[in-house]
Design a protein around this ligand. Sequence first.
Ligand SMILES: Cc1cc2nc3c(=O)[nH]c(=O)nc-3n(C[C@H](O)[C@H](O)[C@H](O)COP(=O)(O)OP(=O)(O)OC[C@H]3O[C@@H](n4cnc5c(N)ncnc54)[C@H](O)[C@@H]3O)c2cc1C
Length: 312
Amino acid sequence: MNSDSRTNVFDAMIVGGGSAGLSAALVLGRSCKRVLVCDTRKPRNQVAHASHSFFSRDGTSPEALLQIGREQLQPYDVEIQMDEVVDAENLGDRFQITLSNGRQFVGRKLLLATGMKDTLPSIEGFAELWGNSVFHCPYCHGWEVRDQPLAIYGKGEVGFELTFMLTGWSRDLVLCSDGAAQLSDEQRQQLLNWGVQIREEKIARLEHQDGKLTGIVFANNEMLPRHGILLRPRSHQHSNLAAKLGCNISSDGFVEVNESKQTSIAGVYAVGDTSSPFSQIAWAAASGSLAANFINRSLIEENLFSLTQQTI
Ligand SMILES: Cc1cc2nc3c(=O)[nH]c(=O)nc-3n(C[C@H](O)[C@H](O)[C@H](O)COP(=O)(O)OP(=O)(O)OC[C@H]3O[C@@H](n4cnc5c(N)ncnc54)[C@H](O)[C@@H]3O)c2cc1C
């Protein structure tokens, strides 16, 4: 007996059909498991024209990438519901989820792959350029602006670390802290040594043309010509299901998981950006695949145990 064929119970229910969730669904589907994926189709990178640094799919649009992922699930026993999961309940040895249309489903394992949401600085231009000239990750978008005049938006340790990283893509860098830079004397000296300017003036807005950044305008109206800005936006959980289920959440907002991607609640797993600060498609897909291996192993163990119990 592979899947739970006795009842209408899914072996695994996956909330979130981004890179992490679809990767887990593929592995579980190919493991002869009955899987449900629920997704609202709002991946974190949906504003980007192209997604980069993912092996064999460099430059593919985020939507096209996930479309391929969904299509490749077709041979397997994987059902996809394009709807929001608004509630999840722990029934002991089962989980029950409720969709926004009121439909309910029951499964033996629950995998949260719901991702994170970003909050950008409320400065004119940031939202418009997000995912293109304004980016969160040099591995994803650094190549497109390599060797160009770039800025880092940030302060303190985060601003310093982002600046350090971006020197790998351009040596024409300005750290814009939009207020006091909160750097130590040593950090200031290091930035100076690397040829990085520090601008602590408040930023009024970003200038752009045809969807591309042309400059940063400070409160005194002075414009600093730049072609790209790297920042680490504030982020929070896309969904409150982990909190509802009582999963431990770290002080920096990620769902806590062990080495098998299981949360503090037995049978509930969390993968991708939901449980990791390493926000890249490859990492998300890898964690989904890893969790699926552990979920499958656990289901096999449970199946064999119940078979043994029946024959005793
Ligand atoms: C602007 C931008 C550009 C980026 N570019 C790149 C890039 O070029 N290369 C790269 O490797 N990484 C890139 N990233 C990072 C990448 O987007 C993430 O690492 C990746 O999307 C994480 O995948 P995930 O499956 O964990 O979450 P997501 O992709 O965010 O998917 C989560 C899914 O869960 C769904 N969901 C959430 N809550 C519910 C619910 N309650 N019910 C049903 N569905 C729900 C969402 O709609 C979404 O479809 C970028 C990020 C940003 C912000």
